[in-house]
Design a protein around this ligand. Structure first.
Ligand code: DGT
Ligand code: CA
Ligand code: CA
Ligand code: ZN
Length: 597
């Protein structure tokens, strides 16, 4: 982790601990402000770690904060943080991650009820003592209870975007082992599911013992779970040097390494990619063809109970996946669709959307609202990715926590975008847009005359995300039917492992989106992936337009595109149905069609 990230994390924790101790609000705010300032600061701090003048030049970082950054750089810790951590239990600070539970309530729980951890909180909710706290009621208690229940049922599985970098780190690590000739990840990760139970890695090695020992020497491994000739399992930290957030720092994931023979690579990759149900269907199909399929290969079924690979029976196929599918009379089936959802009925490999198809980003934030990039940085980044169009869509006025734009600031931004168009010329099309809040009743956060001035409108729900299905459906339908709206942004507002979000009647939304030529967004952030795979599949079948957008707030968030693409592929989406794949002129015509009524 960079010095900047490390300092931001510690400042955030110091602010939380000070607040729980009831310390001076100015001290709390100074740390919280410094944490936010560092998060949005575009440059790294390593080179200026001991240069107080340069550190203090960062807006939001004062003299004291600069000294603490230097202390962290030179000693590896901040003494104030470590002292506070002795007084405030980490399990208490962790309660702040529960949606609906703010620092004031956590402090009351601690001071008045002696609660220091999650089990204590649950007891207080169950025995009614929670209700004795000031400013709480049954409604708050129920909300927190359901948030805990949601976090508990979902937190066993890790989000795709947290598991993927770990898997890639292990792949790189295994590639550096001289005994390893092939390595790849399989399992739910290769299928691109939005959450991952464990990471499955396959390798071919000339010396299995050396490969297994090399695997276990990876520095983030915390525990060996099993070590054998063909399978080694371990647990590892998500991050080599501490995560960005508290829950990441504490989280670990299981990694299974399986060593397989070179001649079985394809069959093993299929077996361990799964899904289990897909494999069952393949084996049934093999049996009907008097063949038998296992992780070693596809063999003639000679009714001998001993496994054919042990008897030296030559396989029909096994070294590469394509050959196994072919021998089973099937087209190659991409990993993302191997879910026993009817894929064995396909007569040709489906033409699914792929990452290089994406040519535009239509949902992006700048420092004008809660983004970390200036307008020019955003545009340069989009050009560097080879995009022909970028839409600037900062938050609207109701999103106060995200520094949403007043009408006046929105118009100022338009002037800046017009100036940027002059500077960047034909390098890229810059659309002046907004991510407009869909308010609880389905009305939009700017008046129609303001929306009409914008090139592109992404309408998204951000608040009132526990509405019932009927209310949520009516609300989102109203936004889709609005003649000035192009895209329905993160339609349900779910946050994976954190918040269930709205549960609207998706078929109704899809039908309306199709009718009104509105694109439903797949938000690529791995915390959202909203629409989710099953929704995409319905939308793809119904012929509704889809937008695949990163909702970028920071430069590296363009990299989340891969997760949106995996989700789209799981929904069987072809490139032509996604507006981000269209050539510039076609996209521009669709954008303009909402302004010529
Ligand atoms: P996860 O880890 O829960 O996100 O999901 P997967 O799909 O990665 O499941 P995992 O790690 O238990 O196993 C990886 C793959 O190995 C799985 O997709 C199919 C295959 N596999 C594992 N155990 C069995 C089994 O008992 N029978 C069959 N047919 N396949 C299995
Ligand atoms: Ca797995
Ligand atoms: Ca596994
Ligand atoms: Zn956004």
């Amino acid at each position: 982790m960079s010095l900047k990230q490390h300092a931001a994390t510690l400042f955030e924790r110091i602010a939380a601990m000070l607040e729980l101790l009831g310390e001076d609000p100015f001290r709390v705010n100074a740390h919280a402000r410094a944490a936010r300032a560092l998060e949005s600061h575009p440059a790294e701090l390593e080179d200026i770690a001991t240069d107080h003048a340069a550190l203090e030049a960062i807006p939001g970082v004062g003299k004291k904060m600069a000294a603490k950054i230097t202390e962290l750089a030179t000693t590896g810790s901040i003494r104030e943080h470590d002292d506070l951590a002795k007084r405030v239990p980490a399990s208490l600070v962790a309660l702040l991650d529960i949606p609906g539970l703010g620092p004031k309530t956590v402090k009351l729980l601690w001071d008045q009820l002696g609660v220091t951890d999650l089990p204590g909180l649950e007891r207080a909710l169950d025995d009614g003592s929670f209700l004795t706290l000031p400013r709480t009621g049954q409604k708050t208690a129920d909300k927190i209870k359901s948030a805990i229940a949601f976090m508990k049922t979902s937190s066993q599985r890790l989000s795709l975007g947290l598991a993927m970098p770990v898997a890639e780190r292990f792949i790189t690590h295994m590639q550096s082992c001289p005994a390893v000739t092939r390595v790849a990840f399989a399992g739910s990760l290769r299928r691109g599911r939005d959450t991952i139970g464990d990471i499955d890695i396959l390798a071919v090695a000339s010396d299995p013992d050396a490969a297994s020992a090399h695997f276990l020497a990876e520095p983030s491994i915390t525990e060996t779970l099993a070590q054998g000739a063909s399978k080694t399992s371990a647990r590892a930290h998500l991050f080599v040097d501490g995560g960005r957030w508290k829950d990441e720092t504490d989280s670990q994931i299981q990694i299974d390494l399986r060593l397989v023979p070179e001649a079985s690579w394809g069959a093993a990759l299929m077996y361990f990619t799964g899904s289990k149900d897909h494999n069952v269907r393949l084996r049934e199909r093999a049996l009907r063809q008097r063949l038998t399929l296992n992780e070693y290969g596809l063999y003639p079924n000679d009714d001998d109970p001993a496994p054919p690979h042990q008897r030296g029976v030559p396989p029909v196929a096994g070294a590469i996946e394509e050959d196994v599918y072919k021998a089973l009379g099937l087209p190659y089936l991409p990993p993302e669709i191997r879910e026993d959802m009817g894929e064995l009925e396909l007569t040709a490999t489906p033409a699914l959307i792929d990452l290089p198809d994406i040519k535009a980003e239509l949902h992006a934030h700048t420092t004008a609202s809660d983004g970390h990039m200036s307008l020019d940085q955003l545009i340069e980044r989009a050009i560097a990715r080879g995009f022909h169009t970028i839409a600037v869509t900062d938050h609207s006025r109701s999103s106060a926590q995200a520094n949403g734009l007043s009408v006046e600031r929105l118009r100022e931004q338009r002037t800046q975008i017009e100036a940027a168009r002059q500077r960047f010329g034909s390098a890229i099309t810059i659309l002046c847009g907004s991510e407009v809040d869909i308010l609880a009743d389905g009305s939009l956060d700017y008046d129609d005359d303001v929306l009409a001035e914008l090139d592109l409108v992404v309408a998204s729900p951000h608040a009132a995300l526990s509405q019932d299905t009927a209310t949520a459906t009516a609300r989102l339908l109203r936004a889709i039917e609005h003649p000035l709206v192009h895209i329905l942004g993160h339609p349900t507002g779910r946050l994976i492992n954190r918040r269930a979000g709205l549960e609207p009647a998706m078929p109704e939304l899809i039908a309306a989106a199709r009718e009104h030529n509105v694109a439903l967004e797949i938000n690529c952030h791995w915390m959202r992936l909203d629409l989710r795979d099953t929704h995409v599949r319905l939308a793809a079948e119904a012929g509704a337009l889809i937008a695949i957008d990163c909702d970028v707030h920071a430069p590296d968030e363009f990299e989340n595109l891969r997760y949106g693409i995996l989700t789209a592929r799981r929904g069987l989406l072809g490139p032509d149905q996604c507006v981000n794949t269209w050539p510039q002129a076609r996209l521009a015509a669709w954008v303009a069609s909402k302004r010529t009524r």
